[in-house]
Design a protein around this ligand. Structure first.
Ligand code: ATP
Ligand code: MG
Length: 258
């Protein structure tokens, strides 16, 4: 049997009376890039929050690398190979790029509670070297000593991505990584994500930019009102009547959100 880095089985979640995920099932392939798309409010970020354990499910199961983590606390799910970004960047603004990446490693080795005493590890030169190597691979070494506040937005987003990779994930989940980027920054990000994918990390991406999805993703899962309405290649989901209806009013019924 093939083990998927992530599998959702009939996952449901409601906030008060609002059903935000309803019997959602899908799995993410061990290699390649999977997209999770859908109109605003479809439940995409909620799925990320359920997978990473920010929210608990009402019913259903979440499996990471074949292990049922449905009731496992968020901080322990990292040990099962997932890392994520957030829809808004969560770098420590007053720290340097290298220091932020070292925090990413710290989570891998010690767990989130140690974030309350982050400076204990600053003399750790091995981690510093690894952080710099990761920056060099991403073409960002020039920014190693810059504080986050001094960086342009596009660079911050790429640093945030390297930070997520410092935990050595098997699956990286990215919520709208291209949001707010100009065309050239989005291209750089696409290249970076291909590189990460080829290095053996499975990617699950929420993104509204359909050009981005078309170029990068082999498998696409479509949500609408908390339900999965389609799954397949770009060509398949573009032909799907339910998808066209969900995105009504756009170019030739092409999936295109926000
Ligand atoms: N903590 C919460 N409490 C109550 N309602 C919530 C909460 N989080 C999300 N929701 C609601 O759940 C629904 C799905 O929200 P979610 O953020 O998952 O959508 P999304 O697909 O990520 O949308 P977008 O494309 O705008 O980011 C929305 O109606 C939202 O208002
Ligand atoms: Mg969202």
């Amino acid at each position: 049997m093939v083990t998927h880095p992530l599998e959702l089985i009939n996952v449901s979640k409601a906030f008060g009376g609002l059903r935000v995920a309803h019997n959602v099932s899908f799995s993410v392939a061990a290699s390649g890039i999977t997209a999770l798309i859908g109109p605003n409010g479809a439940g995409k970020t909620t799925i990320f929050n359920l997978v990473s354990g920010v929210y608990s499910v009402d019913s259903g199961q979440i499996l990471l690398a074949g292990n049922d983590v449905t009731t496992v606390p968020s901080r322990f799910r990292i040990k099962h190979g997932i890392a994520r970004n957030f829809q808004n960047i969560r770098l420590m603004q007053h720290l340097t790029v290298t220091e932020n990446l070292m925090l990413g490693q710290h989570i891998k080795t010690h767990g989130l509670k140690d974030l309350f005493r982050p400076f204990r590890f600053l003399p750790n030169y091995k981690w510093q070297r690894e952080a710099r190597e990761a920056l060099a691979e991403a073409g960002l070494v020039d920014y190693a000593d810059a504080t986050v506040t001094a960086l342009p937005y596009g660079i911050r987003k790429r640093v945030d991505l390297v930070r997520a990779l410092m935990a050595d994930p098997k699956l990286l989940m990215l919520d709208e990584p291209a949001a707010g980027l100009n065309a050239s920054e989005a291209n750089d990000l696409m290249e970076e994500l291909s590189r990460i994918s080829k290095a053996g990390v499975a990617l699950l991406i929420v993104e509204h930019d359909m050009n981005f999805i078309r170029n990068l993703c082999q498998q696409i899962i479509v949500l609408n009102f908390g339900e999965k309405i389609a799954e397949g290649s770009m060509a398949e989901i573009q032909k799907n009547p339910a998808v066209r209806e969900a995105y009504l009013g756009t170019d030739e019924g092409e999936a295109h959100a926000s």
